[in-house]
Design a binder for this molecule. Structure first.
Ligand code: GLC
Length: 433
């Protein structure tokens, strides 16, 4: 009897080891969603929480060492009188964006959705008492905008987030060492997020970098749990590393794939999964009342073009104010992006990065037999394109369809642009054989 039990136990251990190491095989639906994700090209990131009331970004609790009991009292005053999901989704649509990624729970540990896993959430802990995520989800589904959930892995309030990570050291948590309970809490919340809000395009994790590289987050269990509820849901993790088994996309924080201007991307080798780059419109994710450092309309349009040329989506952030409205300047910048996309959308949506690698002068995107040459910064009236053996049938300006002369050159062509038209982006459309 004893022997049988030992044998059974050994078999169980071996089986679980094999299961744990099994490669993740995405479903057909998941693969289709990856393609659709890449086609969308542009999403709006929303950082909103009780930190918005402090108007100094979403890290304020950590940065000012606010004790968690005191910070939690912010919830008592959270009443975003002007929150209107219809307006948000309409603004996002006007931007030409196709999806929203919203903070369901950030590092401060406050859940912006009605969760049963803890009463530290917008429904139970604020006088507002409305599940804004539910209202947003309903409106997104109605208006055909995909919804992604940002979800923080680290938590500056819960004592069972243990061992404590490298951030949030001064917020007064006491270590109780119950990871099992924290893991269960996260699985419970993810179940809610994936069952109460309809179809979810992606779960977007953040905060894995809070623990040492060899820390066992048991991410594969979390990933499998997500895929068991919504197999089509994409998993993206902002861990700043190469993609891990079980993930469906790769994001780059404040960098285009392959760059490392932010200092976060040094270990983020580009994998084979769909790519995304996330960026702030000023220098803050959460609402920051003094940060007026907004990127210009031109820079924002260039950013979306560069992302597409690098085969990536752009996830451009807004930090709504505590009253629930987007800052006016953010709306006007999004509108400018939307106006540009109304004319040039064909050269962005549904494309993939062109076979000509990004250059200083600009980037290319590609769809079927069309190659769109996006000129962002060129001092000459001619442009050499390495065609890698591909033959060009016609070349014209995308905007007015005027033919562009071109001559053959070694391994490519030279576009004879004449005087460069003075557009934000000058797009030449090539039809390939
Ligand atoms: C960083 C920050 C976080 C922000 C995220 C967005 O990881 O910790 O506050 O939400 O970037 O990419």
């Amino acid at each position: 009897m004893k022997k049988t039990f030992v044998l059974f136990f050994v078999m169980l251990c071996i089986t679980s080891a094999i299961v744990a190491q099994q490669p993740y095989i995405p479903t057909a639906e998941n693969l289709k969603n990856r393609e659709e994700f890449q086609d969308m090209k542009f999403g709006v990131f929303i950082h909103w929480g009780i930190y918005s009331m402090m108007a100094d970004g979403e890290w304020i609790m950590n940065n000012k060492n606010i004790q968690f009991e005191e910070y939690a009292k912010l919830a008592n005053g959270f009443f975003p009188t002007k929150f209107d999901a219809v307006k948000w989704v309409s603004d996002v649509k006007a931007a030409g964006a196709k999806y929203i990624c919203i903070t369901s729970r950030h590092h401060d540990g406050f859940s912006m959705f009605g969760t049963k896993q803890s009463d530290y959430n917008i429904v139970d802990a604020t006088p507002f008492g409305r599940d804004v995520i539910k209202e947003l989800a309903d409106e997104c589904h109605k208006q055909g905008i995909k919804l992604h959930f940002y979800y923080s892995l680290l938590d500056w309030k819960r004592a069972d987030y243990y061992p404590l990570g490298r951030t949030g050291k001064g917020v007064g948590r006491t270590e109780t060492g119950n990871w099992e309970s924290y893991h269960k809490f996260m699985l419970g919340q993810l179940t809610e997020l994936l069952t109460n809000y309809g179809e979810i395009g992606a779960i977007w994790f953040d905060g894995q970098w809070d623990q040492p590289a060899d820390f066992n987050w048991r991410m594969r269990e979390i990933y499998d749990h997500i895929h068991s509820i919504q197999p089509g849901c994409l998993i993206i993790n902002n861990h700043h590393l190469a993609p891990a088994e079980g993930e469906d996309g790769q994001t780059f924080e404040k960098d285009l794939p392959g760059q490392n201007k932010s200092g976060y991307s040094s270990t983020a080798t580009i994998g084979q999964l769909p790519l995304e780059t996330c960026e702030t419109m000023n220098n803050s994710w959460g609402y920051n009342i003094t940060d007026k450092n907004y990127k210009s309309e031109k820079d924002l349009i260039h950013y979306i073009v560069k992302a597409a040329g690098n085969n990536a989506n752009l996830l451009m952030n807004v930090g709504p104010r505590p009253d629930g409205t987007f800052p006016d300047i953010a709306i006007s910048r999004y509108n400018a992006m939307g106006e540009w996309l109304k004319t040039y959308g064909e050269t962005i949506y549904g494309t993939r990065g062109g076979f000509i690698a990004p250059h200083d002068w600009g980037v290319t995107t590609q769809k079927g037999n069309k190659l769109y040459v996006h000129i962002l910064n060129l001092q000459d009236e001619a442009l050499y394109l390495p065609m890698q053996g591909k033959r060009v049938v016609t070349a014209k300006m995308f905007l007015d369809k005027k033919p562009v002369k071109f001559t053959k050159a070694a391994d490519g062509i030279v576009l004879q642009l004449g005087i460069l038209p003075n557009e934000t982006v000058n797009v030449v459309e090539l039809v390939l054989e």
